[in-house]
Design a protein around this ligand. Structure first.
Ligand code: NAP
Length: 326
């Protein structure tokens, strides 16, 4: 099969190789998926670059990417043969595994291939494993949001855009921060603030008649901590999934403690099985209802993988960069 791999960490255009690898064979409990789409996320790019603290290759060769979508072609022992032919989306395809989704085929545990509703395309399915699931967890980890006001920072990001939609679907009032009017439109949120040229705390206070917000979904904890403390109601929640501007931020302990604020850390790769099943069920319901808008940035084919990584690194794309594999 055609696949993309790297044998050392480094710049995309130096280390990513396109070539042929043997077709994988599904082991007991696994499915073999013929991939049609492979999603490229910031963590895939950081892994290939060796940017993670203490990064070690672990294997002599790694096929990158966690997200993808395709069709089950074969099943291993113990997996219902009726799943052959099922359209699926994939989660954790490249998380602590050697062979990810930047290939024509992947074999992985059956539960990591989730039925993709007929109305959802493969490219959209390749956005679900990381962006959509992270957003779902960040919005709902601390209970329903109906009637609550949720501030979603970075609403034009892949996670932020889904979070804006999901919080609204959950019945929340959504306010988001973006860096331009174009990004505001992309976010889908009706209420937005340009965080680059506006005092976010004052703007949110004005929008909420001084009440502040119940929850914050935070794309950059270090950058947003002070505003969160100023804006969260007592008992509020900061659900955060990144802190790119400062990886070791100083925690403002007592202001957080005296407001009884919950700091909710999210790593989508490590959702426990029951939580994950709940998330999958909710995503399936929304997908079947056509309730979610997806933002796919076409990244070309497997041969364009290095360019796709560079697009993600540049950070100015609007949506999830997806490679068409078939
Ligand atoms: N923990 C997890 O499980 C998990 C899951 C998914 C992603 N992540 C991480 O989350 C980060 C974002 O991922 P992504 O795929 O959503 O990236 P993305 O599509 O590049 O979006 C990032 C967004 O964040 C916005 N942003 C950056 N700093 C901001 C700030 N201070 N205030 C408001 N908005 C800000 C950017 O807006 P502007 O360009 O307009 O500034 C951009 O729209 C990455 O570091 C990724 O690795 C973590």
């Amino acid at each position: 099969m055609k696949a993309v791999w790297f044998e050392r960490f480094g710049p995309a255009d130096e280390v990513l190789t396109v070539g042929d690898l043997p077709d994988p064979v599904p082991a007991a409990g696994e499915v073999l998926v013929r991939l049609h789409a492979s999603g490229v996320n910031p963590s895939d790019v950081k892994l290939r670059a060796g940017a993670r603290a203490g990064a070690v290759m672990g294997w002599p060769r790694i096929v990158p990417h966690s997200d993808g979508a395709g069709v089950i072609e074969a099943v291993g022992a113990g997996v219902d043969a009726a799943r052959v032919g099922e359209r699926v989306w994939i989660w954790n395809g490249g998380w602590q595994r050697q062979f990810g989704t930047a290939a024509e085929r992947i074999a992985l545990p059956a539960e990591q291939a989730v039925r993709l509703p007929d109305g959802t395309g493969y490219a959209e399915g390749a956005c679900l494993g990381i962006p959509a699931m992270t957003a779902w967890r960040a919005v709902f980890a601390d209970g329903p949001v109906a009637g609550k006001t949720v501030l979603i920072t970075g609403g034009a990001g892949t996670v932020g855009r889904y979070a804006c939609q999901m919080a609204r679907l959950g019945g929340a009032r959504v306010i988001t921060t973006v860096s331009s009017a174009e990004k505001a439109a992309h976010s889908t949120a009706a209420e937005w603030i340009n965080y680059r040229d506006t005092d976010v705390v004052q703007a949110v206070k004005d929008m909420t008649r001084g009440e502040g917000v119940d929850r914050i979904v935070e794309v950059d904890f270090a950058a947003g901590q002070a505003a969160a403390i100023a804006l969260l109601k007592p008992g509020g929640v900061i659900a955060t999934y990144a802190s790119a501007s400062e990886m070791q931020p100083r925690l403002d302990f007592y202001p957080l403690m005296f407001r009884n604020i919950t700091l909710r850390m999210i790593l989508v790769y490590l959702l426990d099985p029951e939580t994950r099943r709940q998330g999958e069920a909710q995503l399936t319901e929304w997908l079947e209802a056509g309730a979610l808008s997806h933002a796919v940035v076409p990244g070309g084919g497997l041969a364009d993988c290095a360019a796709a990584h560079l697009m993600v690194e540049a950070g100015n794309k609007l949506g999830t960069v997806v490679l068409e594999v078939a």
